[in-house]
Design a protein around this ligand. Structure first.
Ligand code: NAD
Length: 424
């Protein structure tokens, strides 16, 4: 039996410390009671499990898994499951806390959670991935449930992984439980529009900024880091809206063409080869260089902490749209704000996924499914309402968009906690 060791991490700073520090600064700005901050800066429950998996070669490997609930004051907890070699408990805790704020900012009745397994899904066969997922689900089966905690996809997990979670949970309960997980395939109770929802939410935020007269989307230069679920759809949607996508990247590196990439061709190439590398009508560019390209919209849609105090003064974007969670560190935030870069913060810009997950959960509970236009229209309503509230608070208080979004969210959770009271 071997235990999997984590390789060098992409995380330079402890993300949970960043998340707690953000909370303290929000509390100071919006005068939130210190007793409430004491409650909100902790995660309600953190579960660590070991996940033994029989590998195709006959060996058994043991993976480390986590499920963390940050807060349930506003409803059952909700959050994705990440499969990545760099997953740590503190990363999962930070992501869980950000989910609490995100759901509150959107006004949907959920608290925040997150899960993760330390593994590299690209190096696992389909059979190994399925066995890992079913065993991990079984290990956390008492933590999840449609009224309790509802997982969803995140980095490295797909609709197929959600299908195995749904099936494993349902087999154990003796009947199908549609509401236990979201991001399911359409054939087993997924929602139309869920796959594209996170990127669509980012698109709606960008359109809202454009509507404020910041710049025109037609011909705007766009740079997207990360070409998975969020990044690839966002690049596609922005190109369809007339923007000029000049650079995209995945973990293997990036593509750059200052006259604009042919997004249809790039998507076809990625689908065919599994990578961006090798696409002819572009120059290669590193992930570090890509972040520094002059553009109207820079959308980091991969992992945390890619824009830091080390490179923030060289970022030449007008707007940063945080498709990823936590891509800009607090040190970078200050520099960017001083330089007048408009940040669409993660809890606003990538909330489309959890909003349509909420729709999927509602549809599953009612066993009544909506048309795609209905899903997209309701998503736009919710995102635009949150955008407008954030914009207004920023205008009134001059706090910056991130502080305004976090301020609205934390105040709502604090209010719910006060209204419910501290048990017993
Ligand atoms: P994904 O696994 O589908 O895609 C991740 C992409 O990032 C891949 O293209 C990968 O190659 C690339 N990548 C990985 N490491 C990289 C690196 N060092 N440099 C550049 N690219 C790198 O994941 P996803 O679901 O698209 O999630 C991306 C981000 O969006 C994460 O921060 C996630 O938490 C956030 N997010 C996702 C959702 C969702 O619904 N999927 C919702 C909200 C937020």
């Amino acid at each position: 039996m071997t235990t999997v060791e984590a390789p060098a991490s992409h995380l330079r700073e402890n993300p949970f410390e960043i998340a707690r520090d953000q909370l303290r600064r929000v509390a100071e700005t919006f005068q939130i009671d210190a007793n409430l901050v004491n409650v909100l800066q902790e995660c309600k429950k953190s579960v660590g499990v070991s996940v033994p998996v029989g590998m195709d070669d006959g060996s058994v490997r043991v993976f480390q898994g986590y499920r963390v609930t940050h807060n349930i004051a506003r409803g059952p907890s909700k959050g994705g499951i990440r499969y990545h070699p760099d997953v740590t408990l503190d990363e999962v805790k930070a992501l869980a806390m950000w989910m609490t704020w995100k759901c509150a900012l959107m006004g949907i009745p959920f608290g925040g959670a997150k899960g993760g397994v330390v593994c590299d899904p690209k190096r696992l066969s389909r059979g190994e991935l399925e066995r890992l997922t079913r065993r991990f689900t079984t290990e956390i089966i008492n933590e999840i449930g449609p009224e309790k905690d509802i997982p969803a996809p995140d980095v490295g997990t797909t609709a197929a992984v959600m299908a195995w979670i749904f099936d494993t949970y349902s087999m154990n309960k003796g009947h199908s439980v549609l509401g236990v997980v979201t991001g399911k395939p359409l054939t087993i109770g997924g929602s139309l529009g869920r796959e594209e929802a996170t990127a669509r939410g980012s698109l709606y935020c960008i359109r809202d900024v454009v509507a404020k007269g910041e710049f025109a989307l037609e011909g705007a230069r766009v740079v997207v880091q990360g070409f998975g679920n969020v990044g690839s759809y966002l690049a596609k949607f922005l190109a369809e809206d007339g923007a000029l996508v000049i650079a995209v990247s995945d973990s293997g590196g990036g593509l750059h063409n200052s006259s604009g990439l042919d997004m249809k061709a790039v998507l076809a190439h990625k689908q065919e080869t599994g990578a961006l590398e090798g696409f002819r009508a572009a120059e290669a560019i590193s992930n570090e260089e890509l972040l520094l390209l002059e553009c109207e919209i820079l959308a980091p849609c991969a992992l945390e902490q890619v824009i830091t105090a080390d490179n923030a003064d060289r970022v030449r974007a007008k707007v940063i749209c945080e498709g990823a969670n936590g891509p800009v560190t607090p040190g970078a935030d200050e520099i960017l704000e001083d330089r007048g870069v408009l940040i669409l913060p993660d809890i606003l810009a990538n909330a489309g996924g959890v909003v349509v997950s909420y729709f999927e959960w509602v549809q599953g509970l009612q066993e009544y499914f909506w048309k795609e236009e209905e899903v997209n229209q309701r998503l736009d309503d919710i995102i635009t309402r949150a955008f407008d509230a954030t914009w207004k608070l920023n205008e009134e208080r001059g706090t910056g968009m991130r502080m305004a979004a976090y301020g609205l969210a934390v105040q709502r959770v604090a209010e719910a906690t006060t209204t419910r009271g501290i048990y017993p």
